[in-house]
Design a protein around this ligand. Structure first.
Ligand code: SAM
Length: 359
């Protein structure tokens, strides 16, 4: 049998209206990812994105959850502290161990994300009877501990959440264009762009070296401060990335160059983020106060994401052990499994350390 002619007839052609331009199956912009931005409502889409090894927009996949729970051994009736609430994934896992008895106090400095997490957890049955969320820096842990009589367990999952990294308005990622902000709380302090406005070449080189071990710190500091002195403000993520690319243009054109540029961008953004949020200062203060906030036999687990953080945590726990404050501490770091790293690329740089307060 001959196939029917699929071409349109003259009449059909006359009626033909121009189709609306096909925008593509997937939203390109962060704000258009409506399904992912409301993850609890679109569970299938979210499961699919996670299964492909990606983190859905507006969500954070908690790292080393089982390893943390195995170490903390949370019992119903205990009182805990989650220093870094974020999306609340770890908080929720720890709350489940309480089985309705006990309490968790959680802090975060991000007003935008912590409000969303508070609402989400309350809707899932974790209201103020069992969970208290404070918009506070974790270095104020001593104030909360004093109020509640100390903690049986503490978790700190340092750094930034995926929601913060993925939101272009926050300026954490060099991969998308946005204001060069990098503050965990955009309502307080100077943005990274404002910090660069007045920084000297020497101070910037020192910041890049101290915060990220940046090998091209001198070249980058010169290029960035020269650009600003010429009146070209570096106030977007793209502008900073371009200066970095230009500074490294002397590198031979080979397959390693792309990787070097990417890593230099990562380190530069990290150094600025550490600086504008005083990350080392507050972590140091937290580690100093930590022993007095733990009850005898209390457990603490800390996840770090770069060598500066890890060194600081390791030293504080080791010193505490030597002084007899901790009865045990992690002499070696615990790493996420290969399976977890394959499923969540953001887990690859994670190191977990722990300690137990002497009785
Ligand atoms: C890696 S995320 C935590 C993710 C969380 N554990 C989860 O499972 O969803 C780190 C969070 O800590 C917060 N944060 C970073 N430094 C902080 C500080 N000094 N005080 C309080 N919160 C802080 C960030 O705003 C971010 O939300």
């Amino acid at each position: 049998m001959a196939e029917k002619d699929a071409r349109p007839t003259n009449a059909e052609q006359k009626e033909h209206k121009r189709r609306v331009r096909y925008k593509g199956k997937y939203p390109r912009k962060f704000e258009e990812k409506y399904k992912e931005l409301d993850p609890e409502k679109y569970q299938d889409t979210i499961a699919h994105v996670i299964q492909k090894g990606n983190t859905p927009a507006g969500m954070h996949i908690s790292i080393m959850v089982q390893e943390i729970l195995d170490f903390l051994k949370i019992q119903p009736g205990e009182t805990g502290f989650d220093a870094t609430l974020g999306y609340g994934g770890h908080t929720k896992a720890m709350l489940k161990c309480l089985d309705g008895k006990g309490h968790i106090y959680a802090t975060d400095v991000d007003p935008e994300e912590s409000a969303k997490t508070k609402k989400r957890l309350a809707e899932q049955g974790f209201g103020e009877d069992i969970l208290t969320i404070r918009l506070q820096n974790f270095c104020t842990i001593d104030e909360i501990a004093k109020e509640v009589g100390g903690f049986d367990f503490i978790l700190a999952d340092l750094g930034v959440s995926s929601m913060q990294i993925d939101n272009p308005k926050r300026g954490f990622s060099f991969k998308v264009d946005g204001p060069l902000d990098l503050r965990l709380n955009q309502e307080k302090g100077l943005s990274a762009a404002e910090r660069l406005d007045t920084i000297s070449r020497e101070e910037l080189a020192g910041m890049l070296y101290e915060n990220s071990d940046e090998p091209y710190c001198e070249e980058l500091a010169k290029a960035i401060t020269d650009e600003i002195r010429k009146g070209h403000r570096i106030d977007t993520t793209t502008k900073l990335r371009r200066v970095i690319e230009q500074t490294l243009s002397f590198l031979p054109e080979n397959k390693e160059k792309k990787d070097i540029v990417r890593k230099t961008c990562q380190r530069t953004f990290q150094a600025l983020r550490i600086d504008v949020n005083n990350e080392f200062e507050v972590l140091y203060e937290f580690m100093e106060k930590l022993p007095d906030t733990l009850k005898p036999g209390g457990r603490v687990a800390i996840l770090t994401f770069h060598s500066g953080e890890d060194k600081l945590v390791k030293r504080a726990l080791k010193d505490g052990y030597r002084q007899g404050i901790y009865s045990e501490y992690a002499k070696d770091v615990i790493r996420p499994s290969a399976k977890e790293c394959a499923q969540n690329g953001r887990a690859r740089s994670t190191k977990m350390r722990w300690a137990v307060k002497a009785k």
